[in-house]
Design a protein around this ligand. Sequence first.
Ligand code: F6P
Length: 541
Amino acid sequence: MSIAPLRERPAWRALERHYTEIRDVHLRDLFADDPARGERLAAEGASLYLDYSKNRVTDETLRLLVQLAEESGLPERTEAMFRGDRINVSENRSVLHVALRLPKGKSLVVDGRDVVQDVHGVLDRMAKFADRVRSGEWKGHTGKPIANVVNIGIGGSDLGPVMAYEALRHYSRRDLTFRFVSNVDSADFVEATGDLSADETLFVVASKTFTTLETMTNARTAREWALAALDDESAIAKHFVAVSTNAEAVAAFGIDPANMFGFWDWVGGRYSLASAIGLSTMIAVGPDRFRELLAGFHALDEHFRETPLERNLPALHGLLCVWYASFFGAETVGVMPYSHYLKRLPAYLQQLTMESNGKQVTLDGRPVDYETGAVFWGEPGTNGQHSFFQLLHQGTRLIPVDLIGFAKPLEPIRDHHDLLMSNVFAQAEALAFGRSEDEVRSEEVDEQIVPHRVFEGNRPTNVLLAEQLTPHTLGALVAFYEHSVFTQGTVWEIDSFDQWGVELGKVLAQRIVPELESEAVPELAHDSSTNALIRRYRAMR
Ligand code: F6P
């Protein structure tokens, strides 16, 4: 199927015209004109309920956005992804994180191999290992069971594990301590390990490439830290396991390949939570709960693949992101989970969304002439309400917000949960409908204060509800955002699966390292600012 450049697609042109008609329409009027709107503009699937009625859209907007998805080849590209086609064109790779979640017994043959068998082979090994650690059968060098698990990784090899660990903490083994070290700043390692005994600590070195500077530096420091206490090279086999696609580098580091859990180049770092990168999560919650997580991912994968776009949760969400970014010029999207367990979800979603869709050229290398991925950010509710929500309500920028809530609390105490959830509904209501001048005046406010107390409203939200935060719901929630990102990338015709933008900084840092470390004063050939900063650093330290 040949796809026209975005601006030439009929639906895009129609949306440009439509935008001029709708940009000033207020949500108050949209709701007043259609009493059923709140129930009509909602969709359900894979245990998630999405209320998207408080978006600045009409039925016509939605019809055109769906048409845009079709003209952009979303159904065909979705099939191509699920089939294992090399849709990551700039790296010439398949994009098969969805295969990580296929149940045992299914089959997906890519390049002559049934990848589902490979996936379950690794999952079974992980489960055996996780059970041995959890039961105390796996012993450290001095014969003590493992009490602490430290995941060393960065980016997708950190954010997935730490986000999922925090999210599923309710289900995790409380007698095991979990820590996550990512930053090359030594403070991260020191603070994570300062109170741990080496003979009870297991390091999971998680790196797809096993070459990442931060992870390799922290892994070497961990090795020294362990050896300083255990004083025997053979202890490494008991205290280090690796998760990687690079068996050679793992062996070169000194980790027994028997203690390596593999995955494949068709799993992007930020899409790797469901792979062996989830090992620390599996140790924390156990193999059965981890399989529930995979089932949640899979349920949403199936929903995305099979549901018509009009009722397809991630497709609708992705199209709304396009609508605000490309037409309203919204530069950011806020994601506010009203669950303290999801406190690392915004950080996780930042990598997922921004490393995926922060792109400036199309799949065939043409510069784009429209806005692509927005800045994603957020904090758990209700905390954010007492800091930056001011700007969401009365600032000059349009910031679409996702509010995520659960019907049943995991820790029911007094009326905490109703208080929490009342804020989800109240924020969505306040952002949409605001408070008019007349309403403010009716409260007999001093006339001078009236403008300060007006909320213009018309600020869009999506509310995502699920029954409870379970491994299954978490999997569905992550897959929801993954496929939303995919939908956006497909419309924008960009490669959501490469990340060349992270390379330049890495290369330049490697060049600067010897200039900082050398005893002799180095000859500097950077720009005058970089030269001056390096000289100042050398003088100050
Ligand atoms: O530098 C960016 C990045 O490549 C991410 O895409 C990735 O998740 C992270 O670094 C870590 O990479 P690795 O798992 O290979 O150590």
